[in-house]
Design a protein around this ligand. Structure first.
Ligand code: ATP
Ligand code: MG
Length: 420
């Protein structure tokens, strides 16, 4: 016998009960985002590898270790998307969306792929809901984007929510700061983790992310980017904070906030939840005013975020599992060929009238059929027999004889409206 195959490590099947929960997350996100003028976009599951190499940054963990990159039969290097912001900016440029009214506001629910150490809340295929606003550098875009994610998380009942926020400034102020930080790191080189030491030139900011005790001591005394912003960046950041306050969104300014992607400028933020363990990040994002140029386009400002669907579900502790709806179960007294055809026709008629209907499909005894109708949560059971149709109201137990299938459908519809 050959070995029984399983889903790959770090992936999971979304089973029906989970699927119903995920549909609720999608529904809340859709309502909140579309009410604010965001429209859904779908990009391909894979892109030219360059889209991510150029956008996410060659020195990041994502590009260095986490991408599923492969060569197709035509010899092209393709990568399963590890994130969706870069593909959306690519699409904005490709479709000339600068000709539309700005900002262009887009949202998505897409699968992402990262080769990571699989554990609770960290998978190799996972789903992100995200929102991107392209074409405006107004601080209100930043504040609104953050507010929308806050609203979604609050509506889902995410427990112990915290918002940390910072500004990374513009590339110019960041370049100046980078040098200050590199000087500081070089002065303490022998106290740093090897991994951090190797990245002083390439990506010194990542040193803030290290768990290494020596590195942490060095970083506690490191210069902070927020103290080196230019006036325009400082004003922009102050406006964002002022609007968050006006919307009563609590936040903590955290100058050590480092995001795992290189493309951010100015505002960056992250929502965490106490309900999650080590993987406490629920969602985050920021402004990326230089990204379009990195992808070879004209300059386009952008601001957005992504939130993990699985992390939101882990953190939304009391999300109720919705019950499937069945208004009518069609049963057969004897299961003769004629009854079976009649039952099939009744189910078809009921469904086209909009009644959620299930049909006996397993040749059960009448008793077994009632049990099954109960499991389905059926409001009514129609029993087809030699004497006609009996309709039983499962809540009251009342039973009625009806002549035609049309009468059954009308009765069930009436009952449903009475319930509603
Ligand atoms: P982390 O610090 O947890 O690795 P990240 O900074 O890599 O997160 P982002 O790239 O900003 O995360 O992605 C946004 C969100 O996507 C995260 O806040 C998280 O909810 C989710 N996410 C990221 N990686 C994974 C993963 N491997 N499995 C499940 N969800 C993930
Ligand atoms: Mg990560």
């Amino acid at each position: 016998m050959s070995e029984r195959l399983q889903a790959p490590r770090g992936t999971f099947d979304v089973l029906p009960e989970q699927s119903a929960l995920r549909a609720q997350v999608e529904e809340v996100a859709r309502r909140v985002l579309e009410s604010a003028g965001y429209r859904r976009i779908e990009t391909p599951a894979f892109e030219d590898t360059d889209v991510f190499r150029r956008a996410v940054g060659a020195s990041t963990d994502i590009v260095q270790k986490e991408m599923y990159t492969f060569e197709d039969a035509g010899g092209r290097s393709l990568t399963l998307r590890p994130e969706v912001t870069a593909p959306i900016v690519r699409a904005y440029l490709e479709h000339g969306m600068h000709k539309l009214a700005q900002p262009v506001k887009l949202w998505y629910l897409s699968s992402c792929f990262r080769y990571e150490r699989a554990q609770a809340g960290r998978y190799r295929q996972f789903w992100q809901i995200g929102a991107e606003a392209l074409g405006s550098d107004d601080a209100a875009v930043d504040a609104e984007s953050i507010l929308l994610l806050h609203t979604i998380l609050a509506e889902l009942g995410v427990a112990g929510m915290r918002l940390r926020i910072a500004s990374l400034g513009t590339p110019a102020s960041r370049a100046h700061y980078r040098e200050l930080l590199q000087d500081h790191l070089r002065r303490h080189e022998d106290e740093l983790a090897a991994e951090v030491r190797e990245r002083i030139d390439l990506n010194p900011l990542r040193a803030f992310d290290s768990d290494h005790p020596g590195t942490r001591t060095v970083m506690a005394k490191a210069p902070v980017l927020m103290d080196h912003l230019d006036d325009a960046d400082r004003d922009h950041f102050a406006s964002v904070l002022g609007m968050l306050e006006a919307a009563h969104i609590p936040y903590e300014v955290d100058g050590t906030l480092v995001r795992g992607l290189d493309y951010y400028t100015r505002t960056v933020f992250e929502f965490t939840s106490d309900a999650l363990g080590a993987q406490s990040g629920v969602g985050g994002g920021g402004r990326y005013d230089g990204l379009a140029e990195q992808l070879g386009g004209s300059p386009v400002c952008g601001m957005g975020w992504a939130a993990g669907v699985e992390r939101m579900l882990l953190a939304a502790e009391h999300l109720p599992v919705p019950e499937p709806i069945c208004d009518l179960y069609v049963a057969m007294a004897q299961g003769t060929p004629a009854e079976r055809v009649q039952a099939f026709a009744l189910a078809a008629e009921a469904r086209s009238a909009g009644v959620p209907t299930q049909l006996e499909l397993a040749g059960r005894s009448l008793k077994g059929q009632f049990k099954q109708a109960d499991r389905c949560g059926a409001a009514y059971v129609a029993i087809l027999g030699p004497e006609g149709i009996e309709l039983k109201d499962m809540q009251t137990g009342a039973q009625e004889s009806l002549d035609t299938s049309a009468a059954v459908v009308a009765h069930v519809l009436r009952g449903r409206h009475a319930d509603a």
